[in-house]
Ligand binder design. Structure first.
Ligand code: ADP
Ligand code: MG
Length: 327
C-alpha cells in the first residue's frame, strides 16, 4: 500500500557531463515527517533536491509521489514546492504580492490571491508587514516571506535547500524551531538540506546522510547518531571515536568512554591533553598504533580523580556502546 504524500526515489542518478553528482540513490521518505538530507559540500544534496523539485532533470531513475512518477512533470504540477537558499524574493513587489505571485501566474483573481496570501502571512506571523518591500525586512522576516510563498501552492512536500545558512546564529536557532513547528502544524513532509549535523539532529525525524553521491546511512536521527554504520558517518556526525583494532573497526561515543586505572579497562592509553568544557571535561588520549581516543567525562566526576598529560590510564566502555563499522 502506498501512503499519501509518500515520496520515493528509485535508483535516481544525476550526471553533469562526466561528473556523477548523484549515483543511483534509493530512498523512501517517511510521509508527513521532517527529513534532513545531510552531508558535506559537493556530495549531491542540492542536485537531489532540485531533481525532486523539477528544477533539474533526472538522468536515470524515477521519482514517485504517492505512487505516481513525477520525474518528467513541470515543477508547478508535482505537488512539491521549493524554498531557495537566497529566498529569491522580487524586490519591487510587496510582501503580499511576493507571496501571491504563483497564484497570479495561475490566473487567480486579485481578491482570492490576496485572501490566500493573507492566510499564509498569518501562518508565518507576518500579517502586519504585508505592505512592505523585501528590503524593508530583516533576514529572518524575508525567510518567512519565502516560506509563505512556497506554502501558498499547498505542496505535499516542501523542499528547503540550506534555508538557515544566511541567518546569524541566534536567529538560526529560533527559525529552526519555527520550521519544525510549522511542519507539525501543516502535517506535510519537509525535506531540508543541510551540511550541519547539529541542525539535522535538532530538526529531523529522519536523517539521510550522503557522501560522494550516494546515501551512506538513513534512519531516525537517534539511530544514525547512536549507531553509525560507517567510519564516514561516525566522523561526520561527531561525538564518536573511530577505533581500528586487529579485530576490526568500531565506533564508540566519546561520552560512553570511562577512565580507569591502567590495565583495568579495554585499552591502555596515555593522556595527551585535557580540556575543560564547563559541563564536561574532554580528555584526549593516545592508544597503540598512534590512534587518538577522546573521553568526554562529566566535570564533577572528572575532578574526583583528575588526570594530566603524560599519565597512563585505562579506557573502558560497555559492549553495547561499541558499534561495528562496515566501511
Ligand atoms: P551539494 O549540494 O551537496 O553541495 P551539489 O548537488 O550541488 O552538492 O553538487 C554535486 C556535484 O555536482 C559537485 O561535484 C558539483 O560540482 C557538481 N555540480 C552541481 N551542479 C552542477 C552543474 N550545474 N554543472 C556541473 N556540475 C555540477
Ligand atoms: Mg548544495
Amino acid at each position: 500500500m502506498t501512503a499519501k504524500h509518500d515520496l520515493e526515489l528509485v535508483e535516481v542518478t544525476k550526471r553533469y557531463g562526466t561528473t556523477v553528482a548523484v549515483d543511483a540513490i534509493q530512498h523512501r521518505f517517511q510521509p508527513s515527517s521532517y527529513t534532513c538530507l545531510l552531508g558535506p559540500s559537493g556530495c549531491g544534496k542540492s542536485s537531489t533536491l532540485r531533481m525532486i523539485a523539477g528544477h533539474e532533470s533526472v538522468t536515470e531513475g524515477a521519482i514517485l509521489l504517492s505512487g505516481r512518477d513525477i520525474s518528467s512533470l513541470p515543477p508547478a504540477n508535482r505537488g512539491t514546492a521549493m524554498m531557495f537558499q537566497n529566498y529569491a524574493l522580487f524586490p519591487h513587489l510587496s510582501v503580499r504580492d511576493n507571496v501571491a505571485f504563483s497564484l497570479k501566474m495561475k490566473g487567480v483573481d486579485q481578491k482570492e490571491r490576496h485572501a490566500k496570501a493573507g492566510e499564509m502571512l498569518e501562518l508565518v506571523d507576518l500579517t502586519a508587514l504585508s505592505g512592505r518591500l523585501p528590503d524593508q525586512l530583516s533576514g529572518g522576516q524575508q525567510q518567512r516571506v519565502a516560506l509563505a510563498r512556497a506554502l501558498i501552492t499547498r505542496p505535499e512536500v516542501l523542499l528547503l535547500d540550506e534555508p538557515l545558512s544566511a541567518l546569524d546564529p541566534f536567529l538560526r536557532i529560533r527559525m529552526r524551531s519555527e520550521l519544525k513547528k510549522l511542519q507539525k502544524e501543516l502535517g506535510i513532509s519537509f525535506i531540508h538540506v543541510t551540511h550541519g549535523q547539529d541542525e539535522a539532529l535538532a530538526l529531523a525525524d529522519e536523517i539521510v546522510v550522503m557522501n560522494n553521491a550516494v546515501i551512506e546511512q538513513a534512519g531516525p536521527a537517534r539511530d544514525v547518531f547512536n549507531a553509525p554504520r560507517t567510519r564516514f558517518v561516525a566522523q561526520f556526525m561527531g561525538g564518536h571515536n573511530v577505533i581500528a583494532l586487529q579485530s576490526g573497526h568500531f565506533a564508540v561515543r566519546t561520552d560512553a568512554v570511562a577512565i580507569t586505572a591502567p590495565n583495568m579497562g579495554k585499552l591502555d592509553a596515555q593522556v595527551m591533553a585535557v580540556e575543560y568544557q564547563g559541563t564536561h571535561v574532554s580528555l584526549m588520549s593516545r592508544i597503540a598504533g598512534d590512534q587518538e581516543v577522546t573521553a568526554l567525562v562529566p566535570e564533577a566526576q572528572y575532578f574526583t580523580t583528575p588526570h594530566h598529560p603524560g599519565d597512563q590510564i585505562g579506557l573502558n566502555w560497555d559492549a553495547k556502546d561499541q558499534h561495528k563499522l562496515t566501511a
